[in-house]
Design a binder for this molecule. Structure first.
Ligand code: ATP
Length: 288
């Protein structure tokens, strides 16, 4: 599969924070979740990719084109949803659309009207009067109405109620069915990723911790529980987020099959994206 977005050795320094050699690559036909705790660097990465924050160094390629030399062509192919969606508050949705639409070579009014209806937005309403969730939905309508090849979204599901969140996830899935597209979105709401992500990229303190297929990750890790008295010092080394109480121990591990052979009556349970994210962050902190 061709990479739809390639980020190589991206560095961006603020006074108290730095992205350090951030590199990853998104294949087409994949929904990629970009995860990390508050302040990990998700928005800074997205803003640097889009040229909204000036990078110190690094290369960004979208659809094989270099962002530094082909920004216009690339932006024509990008659907962008940022959580601070820059709109003129005094305009109606349709008036704002009339300003944005001419910037795109493949703008489709038909798609625009269809998505407005689907999200139950009134084109005559003033932007100033939209709720946070409605604003996010409107940003998504605009991002989806010009045949974009890649959607880049910064926390698109935050502030949305569960119904709208599930609508949005459905729309992303439908969008991907067209083929040859990509979605890259940052989120805290890891349950959304359990549902729709193909790939996961974890960032912590400005560094990429992993970039892997979600199924591979879910397959790789297990939560194990057992009698703490049976746990050796060597076995403890295999466990992330080890928690020992008087009732026993629990921890996450990729070596669960080995531990299962060595520890009698070990309980082995599947884990979700959130547990994987937190355990990997914890492990990085311990090794820092
Ligand atoms: P959240 O999930 O809370 O949105 P995030 O992962 O998106 O967090 P960023 O917004 O990228 O994190 O912020 C990463 C760090 O960079 C933070 O410490 C933040 O204070 C700092 N930062 C972001 N923008 C600026 C700026 N314009 N000037 C200085 N520091 C900044």
């Amino acid at each position: 599969m061709n990479p739809i977005l390639e980020v190589s050795a991206l560095n961006k320094t603020y006074k108290n924070f730095a992205l350090e050699d951030v590199s990853f690559s998104l294949p087409e036909d994949c929904i990629t979740g970009f995860i990390g705790v508050n302040g990990a660097g998700k928005t800074t990465t997205i803003r640097s990719i889009l040229g909204l924050a000036r990078k110190n160094s690094g290369k960004i390629k979208v659809l094989g084109m270099d962002m530094d030399t082909h920004e216009r062509e690339i932006k024509d192919q990008l659907g962008v949803v940022m959580d601070d969606g820059c709109f003129y508050d005094h305009l109606t949705l349709n008036e704002m659309k009339s300003i944005i639409a001419p910037a795109y070579t493949s703008w489709s009014n038909q798609d625009y009207e269809r998505y407005l209806k689907q999200f139950e937005l009134d084109p005559r309403q003033k932007i100033a009067t939209l709720s946070k969730g409605m604003r996010m939905k409107y940003a998504l309508v605009l991002a989806l109405s010009h045949q974009a090849q890649l959607l880049i979204m910064d926390e698109p599901t935050s502030g949305l109620d569960p119904l709208v969140r599930s609508q949005l996830l459905e729309i992303m899935t439908d969008y991907m069915k067209q083929g040859g597209k990509g979605v890259f979105f940052s989120t805290h709401i890891t349950s959304d990723l359990d549902k729709i992500a193909d790939m996961l990229i974890l960032i912590d303190d400005g560094k990429i911790i992993f970039e892997k297929s979600k199924d591979e990750l879910l397959d790789h890790y297990r939560l194990v529980k057992g009698d703490a008295a049976l746990l050796t010092a060597e076995q403890k080394k295999y466990l992330m987020n080890l928690n020992i109480t008087r009732y026993g121990f629990s921890g996450m591990t990729s070596d669960w099959q080995k531990l299962q052979r060595d520890i009698p009556d070990l309980i082995v349970e599947k884990v979700d994206v959130e547990a994987i994210m937190l355990a990997n962050i914890e492990r990085r902190k311990q090794h820092a």
